[in-house]
Design a protein around this ligand. Sequence first.
Ligand SMILES: *Cc1c(COP(=O)(O)O)cnc(C)c1O
Length: 375
Amino acid sequence: MKFATKAIHAGVEPDPTTGAIMTPIYQTSTYVQEAPGKHKGYEYARTQNPTRNALQAALAALENGKHGLCYASGLASIDAILKLFKPGDEIIATNDLYGGTYRIFTKIYSNFGLKFHFVPMQDMASVEKYINANTKMLWLETPTNPLMRLIDIQAAGTLAKKHNVLLAVDNTFATPYLQLPLEMGADIVMHSVTKYLGGHSDTVMGALIVNDDELAQRLAFIQNASGAVPGPQDCFLVLRGLKTLHVRMQRHCENGRAVAEYLAKHTKVDTVNYPGFSTHPAKSQMRDFGGMVSFTLKGDDWDEALQVMSSFHVFSLGESLGGVESLVTHPASMTHASIPKEERLQSGLKDTLIRLSVGIEDIDDLIADLQQAIG
Ligand SMILES: *Cc1c(COP(=O)(O)O)cnc(C)c1O
């Protein structure tokens, strides 16, 4: 099946009791058994829920994977991955990544004996020297947040296979509509479902998609044993959001490109970070370039950047991304505040960087808003 058909139909069967075309919200904590151990495959809702199962199957299908697992947030899904490891194990992560990922790595799991290395991954050949006998996983995001750099997933997959370590890819920015990491050698695809997959700024959720049966079993064990599961109503909202993922992404891509091109021509704008402008060879791993754009102003003046961020009418100032409405974010004080300033600057993230999540409003209104805000 093609992507658009899967987005609408995968994982979702008419409800067996009524034929309801939408999977019902199974708002229940337990399931009645006929005799001890004699049940319909559902015992307790932390372990199994039909609404969650439908969503997990839909997400697996969209990523061309075998198994999907949903968690209470993107960070809860990262937490589940980290519980695969033991003290002494090492993880190599890209140095340009979501602040909350950096925070759970360094502020929580470092205390449990995991060791993290943060390294640039634009050139995979330079990553190999960090791999040793304790290395268990490579972790990357591409495009990176917020600098929109590209990392070659195929090259990372080849390196991971060579050293028999896992490759996990945070596919939140691209979504499976734009890139399919499992097909390029990733073992685990991670999503903050909160963003494009949900798409309507109304749910917080995370997901993992894998092919390997044993890895899926271990992650399902952690899902149940640690218990960070999403509720059925949230699963329903995401199932509804997925049905328009391809249509929303097409418009995000169109609007994102128009905004990036407008900014690139603006006399007050210095740099524009947009994967569609990249000359990195990994550009071909994406079908199109999404709705995320970040930029800095000439002169690099903090007051001016603050003034611009506070002047939008259509773009709303806030954290998050990937919803139908356009958002403007200040990474240094919002999404990336948990990364120490020296490390932010070292990875190229200036305090004056402005990040846009370009929504699916009319492009003329978005450009007019940028025009009045930047001046
Ligand atoms: C938001 C985000 C996360 C964290 O997900 P939550 O759903 O907020 O817990 C992880 N990675 C990226 C790239 C994100 O944008």
